[in-house]
Design a binder for this molecule. Structure first.
Ligand code: ATP
Ligand code: MG
Length: 873
């Protein structure tokens, strides 16, 4: 008979109802963000948010509780999409006993729920127990009708639950056979079937019955607890007769949306299925995290969210979807999860916004990086992906290491982590080294200055990206060598190549040199003292020898440099126009991230001047002028009006780079063909670096766009924090500052009133013991000095007697005792009294006969301590 299959919503309700009928209180799912629990980044089980009830730190609303708890397990992230049973976000159905019922109740209930309520066939179910737990075996065997041969005893790894010291205990799991596991008779067979995904763990019943101490002793708990967890998705998989959690109703519906948006159908290809599942899972997790208040960031929970979104975005690309699409998946999440979690629907627009922002930001980063990475992968021969490449990607393109890791793993490559980390370390050291010290990639700068071939180098890089040439010389750290082996680093000199050597502020090129039987990765290019172009290389494959080679520059890297270099010329020109003709370049640095331009000028630039310069440069860019280079004599260049560095030493023939009619400058660097390619120019800082020398840093192209977007994000975030929108931000900030000022004033007033109020009361709080007048008082948050003044005032009022005052702080209390001169040291001794008073509040102290001060650790005992005086006198 064909039965209607229960939906995930129905199953959730059925479970909660079953346990409500067994006397449990059903609570809503707690937030994914743990409360007052620093040991966890995100809630990962039904038990996690209930910890205070188990430890006794808080009293539970009832001794029996049942929940369906939202969980995130990032540890399972690598399994997602690959196994049929793991998700990063899932819901855990659970029932809990806080020192109430135990094994005798839960085992039969669990069996009743599975076989009678859900009607699962008994010959598809197995139970596992901890090998020494005879009690559990007895209960399974006698109080349920599971066959004894379907109970397996497993070891500590599977069936004992403990984390370090504290409450722990054995557990018992219920497993389901999808139908083709055969008859499992031994523990080994059972474990093999589980391993092979023929059976699946559905429900884990944990019997918390021991307390483990540091020495590893297990002491039985007086009131043992029950904590169970059943994955709703896994239960739905079984009940709906499908083979994977991704085919259950709610999750399949979300995956359908992923199919629509990527144009890839599920079930056509094993690899694209994994991507579809990952997208489906991660967008659901992201939506849940955002609805619980998590925002993308670079650490903690925010980083988990960022990673999930970025991974989902990337798998969209794996399926051929280049444009942002994740936000469009969220309606499907809301439709399918809105009933149990209405916040998803209420915050839908907000969630979409966050997801789009993050995805766009990420797309820009990977567009650039993926190109380069693919290129590197193509260059990789063998199964190890160079750590230098990974570092370049990370360092130059901001490409996340996890992504490199994952993409190269997909291509069957192993990443050379050691090399990556060596680069990271190296970079830190290089950054620390003083600027200006010629430091060749952190290596000995002298080596390259000993290398000489005596041939003239032909630089082909103005016209070509790839050129044929000859490798003339190889060197290691100690000088010239015959060969360089795979994995070794060293230096090479070619007679001809497109590699630009660091010069005129432009950094050296990266790329690749291929010989007949070897490949070199070019990590940097420099000119040595003899003016020869030297490449710093690493042999990625084969054995490098002299002879014919083909060399190719890393194009995206060079393209970014070109933009920045041409922009530097335009900036130079614009500065002369805005600030005056006195402006001359005194230094510059052009790399793929940004440009830096140092020039002489005496005062900091005003905001308006900076904007004017930006406008002028943008005008030159928007004109989309052709950039030409002409070779001429120095005199011809001067005549043509080219700008030249006054202290530059140029050879006979010089290169003049002109950007339309706007800029004409002597330069040996590489440039864009048309100013329009620069796209966008934005100054990011203007500072003074020496007297009369200013420095401008600016970004171009996509880097400029990223900069602007980052600013936008900061505004957005600030606005969100202030619960307004960016346009209203300034008004809101003013309003808040004004409010704060008012509040400060109010607080000061209240403090004053309170102080005088209590002062009055205290001064009147006079008693008499054995003929001695005593005045006592307890106040809050009073400084030591104020407390002494108060004690003195009180003493003044009674003229002769003892004054005892205490001031409570958050986690301590201070006392002051004063005795009038006529009694001090005779009838009463302040120093001795205070010692006994402070003791009551877990403190000590002493002092002079007429005045003493002391502290204690228990502010809640302040009054009791003060009252001690009556006993003492
Ligand atoms: P597995 O070995 O299959 O990863 P587990 O031993 O980690 O499971 P428990 O920690 O006992 O699982 O969690 C209790 C229940 O929660 C499991 O029986 C299962 O139904 C469900 N569950 C655990 N991890 C996941 C996950 N990543 N995705 C979906 N459900 C899960
Ligand atoms: Mg697990």
């Amino acid at each position: 008979m064909e039965q209607k299959k229960p939906t995930m919503n129905e199953l959730r309700e059925s479970f909660l109802k079953f346990f409500e009928e067994k006397g449990h209180l059903a609570l809503d799912s707690f937030s994914l963000v743990p409360k007052d629990d620093k040991s966890l980044l995100l809630i990962n089980s039904g038990m996690a948010p209930l910890k205070p009830y188990f430890t006794g730190a808080r009293i539970p609303p009832r001794k029996r509780v049942t929940t369906c708890q939202k969980c995130i397990r990032t540890l399972d992230i690598d399994n997602v999409g690959k196994t049929s049973r793991h998700a990063t976000f899932f819901e855990m159905l659970g029932n809990f006993s806080f020192g109430d019922y135990f094994k005798k109740e839960i085992i039969p209930w669990a069996w009743e729920y599975m076989t009678q309520v859900l009607g699962l066939p008994k010959d598809r179910l197995y139970a596992t127990i901890y090998e020494d737990d005879d009690e559990a075996f007895e209960i399974w065997a006698t109080m349920t009708d599971i066959g004894e041969d379907r109970i397996f005893r497993l070891g500590k790894k599977d069936n004992f639950w403990e984390i370090g010291v504290g409450p722990c205990g054995p557990c018992s799991e219920i497993h389901y056979d999808y139908g083709n596991a055969g008859v499992l008779t031994t523990r080994e067979e059972f474990e093999a079937a589980s391993e092979a995904d023929k059976t699946v763990e559905v429900w884990n019943l944990v019997f918390t019955q021991f307390d483990r101490d540091e020495e590893g002793n297990y002491t039985p708990l007086a009131n043992p607890n029950i904590d169970t967890g059943m994955g709703l998705e896994r239960l739905a998989t079984i009940m709906q007769g499908v083979r994977s959690i991704f085919e259950t109703d709610a999750i399949r519906a979300i995956m359908t949306r992923a199919e629509e948006l990527t144009g890839v159908s599920y079930g056509t290809d094993a690899k694209s299925d994994v991507s579809l599942r990952i997208i489906t899972d991660h967008i659901k997790s992201a939506a849940m995290l955002i609805s619980d208040g998590v925002l993308p960031s670079n650490e903690g929970r925010g980083y988990i969210l960022r990673r999930l979104l970025r991974r989902a975005a990337r798998h969209g690309r794996v399926l051929g979807r280049q444009e942002a699409f994740l936000a469009q998946m969220l309606d499907a999440v809301a439709e399918n999860y809105g009933q149990p979690y209405p916040a998803i629907v209420e915050k839908l627009e907000y969630i979409k916004k966050i997801v789009s922002l993050e995805e766009e930001k990420f797309n820009q980063t990977i567009d650039q990086g993926t190109l380069v990475l693919n290129d590197y992968i193509q260059q990789t021969e063998g199964d190890v992906f160079s750590g230098d490449y990974a570092f370049k990607l990370y360092d130059t393109f901001g490409f996340p290491l996890e992504l490199t890791e994952e993409i190269v793993a997909e291509r069957g490559l192993k990443l050379d982590y050691d090399k990556f980390h060596a680069n990271m370390k190296n970079q830190k050291e290089t950054a620390r080294a003083a600027r200006g010290q010629s430091n060749f990639m952190g290596q000995d700068a002298n080596t390259i200055n000993t290398l000489k071939t005596g041939t003239t180098f032909e630089f082909t890089g103005y016209e070509e990206e790839s050129s044929k040439g000859s490798l003339l010389l190889l060197a290691g750290e100690d000088g010239e060598v015959e060969t360089l082996e795979q994995g070794e680093s060293g230096y090479v000199i070619l007679d001809r190549s497109p590699f630009y050597a660091e010069m005129g502020g432009q950094v050296g090129d990266l790329g690749e040199i291929r010989g007949e039987n070897f490949t070199l990765n070019v990590l940097d290019t420099k000119k040595n003292l003899f003016g020869e172009t030297v490449n710093l290389v690493e042999v990625t494959d084969g054995t490098a020898v002299t002879g014919p080679v083909v060399s190719t520059i890393a194009k995206p890297y060079r393209d970014a440099i070109r933009k920045n270099h041409t922009a530097t010329h335009l900036l130079h020109k614009a500065l002369k126009q805005v600030l005056g003709d006195h402006v001359n370049q005194s230094g510059s640095l052009v790399d793929s991230h940004r440009l830096r331009f140092d020039f002489n000028h005496f005062t900091p630039m005003t905001r308006e001047e900076i904007r004017n310069v930006e406008d002028l440069v943008m005008e030159m860019i928007l004109k989309a002028s052709t950039v030409r280079t002409d070779v001429m004599t120095l005199d011809e260049a001067r005549e043509a009006g080219a700008m030249a560095l006054f202290d530059a030493k140029y050879g006979e023939a010089v290169r003049v780079v002109s950007a339309g009619q706007d800029s004409k400058e002597l330069c040996g660097g590489t440039h864009v063909a048309n100013t329009g390619e620069i796209g966008l120019f934005k100054i990011i800082s203007e500072t003074g670096i020496a007297s009369g020398i200013r420095r401008i840093e600016a970004v171009t192209g996509l880097n400029a766009l990223h900069f602007v977007r980052n600013q936008e994000d900061v505004l957005e975030e600030a606005a969100q924090i202030m619960k307004t929108n960016p346009h209203e931000l300034v008004r809101r900030a003013r309003q808040l500052t004004a409010e704060l000022k008012d509040k400060d004033r109010e607080i000061a007033d209240i403090k004053k009133t309170m102080a005088s109020g209590s002062l009055q009361d205290i001064l009147n709080n006079i008693s008499e013991v054995n003929g001695i007048k005593v005045v006592t008082g307890v106040v809050d948050n009073m400084s030591g000095e104020d407390l002494r003044n108060l004690a003195e005032k009180a003493l003044d009022k009674i003229v002769s007697g003892v004054s005892v005052m205490a001031s409570r702080q958050e986690d301590k209390v201070s006392f002051c005792v004063m005795v009038s001169k006529d009694l001090a040291g005779k009838t009463a001794h302040a120093g001795k009294l205070i010692g006994q008073i402070a003791q009551v509040a877990d403190g000590k102290g002493g002092g002079r006969p007429d005045m003493a001060q002391a502290g204690g650790k228990s502010p809640e005992k302040a009054q009791e301590a003060v009252n001690k005086i009556f006993e003492l006198l």
